[in-house]
Design a protein around this ligand. Sequence first.
Ligand code: AMP
Length: 212
Amino acid sequence: MNLIFLGPPGAGKGTQAKVVCKHFNLEHISTGDLLRSVVKSNSLIGEKTREFMNKGLLVPDEIVVEIVAQEIKKNSKGFILDGFPRNLAQSEFLESALSSADIFLNKVFNFITSPEKVVDRLSGRRVCPKCRAIYHIKNMPPLEEGICDKCAGILAQRDDDKEEAIKERLRVYKQLSEPLISYYQEKGILCDVDGDLNVEPLFGIIKEILEI
Ligand code: AMP
């Protein structure tokens, strides 16, 4: 099974992808996470990537598609693409990469989310830099404030979860998402889901759709 999760930043795609991947034994391919690893690598390309990410802008396609191509090649059990594609050029690249590897997309879940919910989720989000677990200061707090339950890492706020970058990320998403949504709608594999729902009820809905 190969899926895409589309939706604005803060729609809960990453958290939901972790749950769905665990249940269906899929690989979670998050371009945001992969790019954050590139940034940490202290290379020239990492430095360039950081500049785009911290401003809330998209990283240039040539950097992102290379990373995704490698992940798809490595994958043997099916995947959820989370945060990719983000524009039409990326979806066209994906289509040709998948068809040359004889891989089919089963569904594209489009997370529909209200702007207030998105801002609340992003500004309260805390992440573990070591194991990438995701928390929320109100909705999903760790047992001990600021400490990851899973690996005792020190939780942090992402630089791009700060107010100015949030605004820019939402603006970029709005501008680029419509053609992408139409693209998958025309292919007949788009499925809208309510991204305002909490993790468990939304998982129930996604699971039911995938098990049909
Ligand atoms: P995310 O973790 O999905 O919210 O992504 C965080 C940031 O990584 C985005 O704001 C972009 O700067 C960058 N990014 C993630 N995925 C992509 C992509 N498919 N294309 C370009 N930039 C991306």
